[in-house]
Structure formats: C-alpha cells, structure tokens
Design a protein around this ligand. Structure first.
Ligand code: ATP
Length: 374
C-alpha cells in the first residue's frame, strides 16, 4: 500500500486524496476539499494559499482533527490519524500537533504563563506534577525569549510578545507539527511584517514543521518553503515560491501570485498572434490562448526593439511607487502595467512606446473556452 522506498524519510504530514463536502441549506453540497494530496517533509514551512472559500481552513482543520473529511487519509509523524478506508479517526487531542489560531486566541483572563500551561493541564494520559509543569512553562517562555513576562496578561503584551506566548503554548508539548490558521490576519501591515520575520526565525530555530493558512500571497512567498495554491478545494500547484512565481501551472495560479498583463492570443508561426502583434514563445497552449506577462518582465523603449516581441502603445499614466515606477500603457482596448525598478523618468504621459517581451517571460494558458471548465 505504501510505495515509498523504506529508506526514504517519513513525511511529517501526508495528505492523500482528501475530500470534504458541506451541505448547504438548500440541500445541495459544496466540495470544500476536492481530492487534495500533499506530502510535507520534516521542518518544512508549508503555506496553504488561496482566496476566501477555497477550502484552506477546512484542510487545516481536517489535519488538526477538528473536521472529519468524507474520504481520504492523513498521517502525522508517520502515524495514521485519519483513514476513511480503515475507519481511523483520532481525536484532536491524540494527534501530535498544536494549533495557533487567528489573533493567537490567548485566554485574556490568564497570564502568559497560565496560557502556556493550559495544554499541559489538559493533556491526555499521564499528567505531570505542578512543579514539573511550571518548569516546562518557564522553559518554553525562556526559549521564545520572554522568560520575564510570564506574569503579564495578554492585553499587557505587544503583538510580538503575544505571538511568542502563542508559540510557547504550541511548543510546550514538544509538538513537531504546528498548524497556523491566519494568525496574522488582524494585525496591521507594518507589525505583521516584523511578526512574520520573527515567526520564521523561531520556526528555523525550533525546527518544527509548519502548516500555515493565508490568503495573502506576499505572506506566502515570504514564509513558505513550499506553497500549496488551492482553488475550489483542489490543489492547483504545490511548489517552492520560485517555481510558483516563475512557472505557474495554471492561469489561476499565475494571476493569484504576483501581477499579470493579459492578451488574447491565436496560435501562429513562432508564437501567438495578439491584438497588439505577435508574441513569440515556444510554448503551446492550444489554438486559442491567454497570453500573460508580469509588469516587471517587460521593457519599455522608444524605438521598436529588434529581438524581443514588441507591442506598441502609449503611456497614459506614470506612478512612482517607491521601489518601482509603474507605467500604464494603453493600446486600443488593451491596458498594460509595466514596472521599472526605482524612479524612472524615461517616459512621460503621452509618449509613444514599445513594450518588449523576452520569450522566457511569456506565459500561455489554454483560453477559458478551450478548457471546458468555465
Ligand atoms: P476563508 O479564508 O474565508 O476562511 P477558506 O479558504 O478557509 O476561506 P473554508 O472555510 O475552508 O475556506 O471553506 C470552504 C468552503 O466550504 C466554502 O465554500 C465554505 O462556504 C464552505 N464551508 C466551510 N465550513 C462550512 C460549514 N461548517 N458548513 C457549510 N459550509 C461550510
């Protein structure tokens, strides 16, 4: 049943052909998870990414044991925790993992130390003595660098300190797997940025395997060793941030990660014929295709470039964004956004320009009507 060679490392989490339907009020059912499979290795930081309703929370809660899938199998640390075939379904408290909830979900009426002690007090099986528990709590708080804050209540702590308490609580049981349900979603952008960096440092230091849910693609790119992009309960692509950005498997992934410019293309000699001219590419996505390229992958020039694909247009706006300058270029009905790094004054509103595209920066996908799924 297990085709893996015996010397291969045991995945930290293995999700196999998982499905979960919810019943709507009108009696119809929605697939929240639709045949999802993921192999997650020890120490990885995995992000489940997708828009609201794509099923990421349901998938996370299924691993946690807070949701019962219809079918499929899940292992954690090599141990079957759910298997619809054999009827295995361990309760949440018997899966060797911890969960960090939205906004950390610290108990407001408990001190930091009491919050961290909570899972130890509610542990199944052999309970430890008070002294042993206190020692573990002090260790955990010390490990995340807030050994002196055990007596504080959550509302007396900064966002960063609250995150550390939540992590100490997740790690106090020696969990090797920690699940995160959008923990940073209610934090303002600046603080969020520093919490992310800190979370990553903690994860590297403790070496736990992280499964982290977010709808924020920048957050996913920054945190993940690998990202699973979900759409309507299906894993569209599972890969490193680089792979997902540079070689998106589907149009959906290409548009969800990063920014894109879009043209309709009809297959022609050497590439695709678009309303703005031939876009050269060796890729073949059928007769009718959606041609995409990213704003940072195009170059503007006054003269028609010799080698690259060249699309004519007129600059209709120039926006300085700090890290880059955005040129809005219009050509007939088509609008394109082109980014030049830093502050660029090369072109101004009203200038006629050429948008140059290298072959390796062009992405083509079967046009919607050819895919038969829209
Ligand atoms: P969000 O980011 O908004 O939480 P999500 O990607 O985490 O979204 P899920 O919460 O997993 O998505 O929901 C997936 C689908 O299942 C959605 O269509 C949702 O409406 C539906 N769903 C989730 N939980 C339930 C439930 N308890 N009862 C009925 N439908 C549900």
């Amino acid at each position: 049943r297990d085709a893996r060679p015996s010397d291969a490392p045991q995945p930290a989490i293995e999700i196999r052909h998982l499905t979960k339907h919810f019943r709507r009020r009108d009696g119809s059912t929605v697939p929240a998870i639709d045949g999802a499979s993921l192999d997650i290795q020890d120490g990885e930081f995995i992000v489940l990414l997708g828009p609201s309703g794509c099923g990421k929370t349901t998938l996370l809660r299924s691993v946690a044991g807070l949701e019962t899938p219809d079918s499929g199998a899940i292992t954690v640390g090599g141990k079957a925790v759910f298997d619809s075939g054999s009827g295995t379904n361990l309760g949440a408290d018997r899966r060797e993992l911890s969960m960090v909830f939205q906004s950390y979900a610290l108990w407001p009426h408990m001190t930091a130390a009491q919050n961290v002690r909570y899972p130890l007090e509610n542990q199944r099986g052999a309970r430890q003595g008070r002294a042993a528990m206190n020692e573990r709590v002090a260790e955990a708080l010390g490990a995340v660098g807030i050994g002196d804050l055990g007596g504080q209540y959550p509302n007396q702590l900064s966002g960063g300190q609250q995150q550390r308490v939540a992590l100490a609580r997740a790690l106090v049981n020696n969990s090797k797997v920690v699940l995160f349900d959008e923990p940073l979603s209610n934090v303002d952008a600046k603080v969020r940025e520093s919490l992310r960096i800190e979370l990553l440092a903690m994860q590297r230091r403790f070496g736990f395997t992280a499964l982290f849910v977010t709808h924020d693609q920048a957050e996913a790119m920054e945190l993940a060793t690998r990202i699973a992009v979900l759409d309507r309960g299906k894993v569209q692509q599972f890969g490193t941030p680089d792979e997902i950005y540079a070689r998106p498997a589907t149009e959906y992934v290409a548009k969800f990660i990063g920014n894109t410019n879009e043209l309709h293309g009809r297959r022609a000699e050497g590439g695709y014929e678009t309303p703005l001219g031939l876009v050269r590419t060796p890729q073949d996505a059928g007769d009718q295709a959606t041609v995409l390229f990213r704003p940072e992958h195009a170059e503007l020039s006054a003269e028609r470039p010799g080698t690259a694909s060249a699309l004519p247009g007129r600059v209709v706006a120039v926006l300085f964004m700090g890290t880059h300058t955005e040129f809005l270029v219009r050509s007939g009905e088509t609008r394109m956004r082109i980014w030049v790094s830093g502050r660029s004054t090369d072109f101004a509103e009203g200038d006629e320009v050429w948008v140059g595209l290298r072959e390796d920066h062009v992405m083509v996908f079967p046009a919607a009507q050819d895919r038969g799924d829209q």
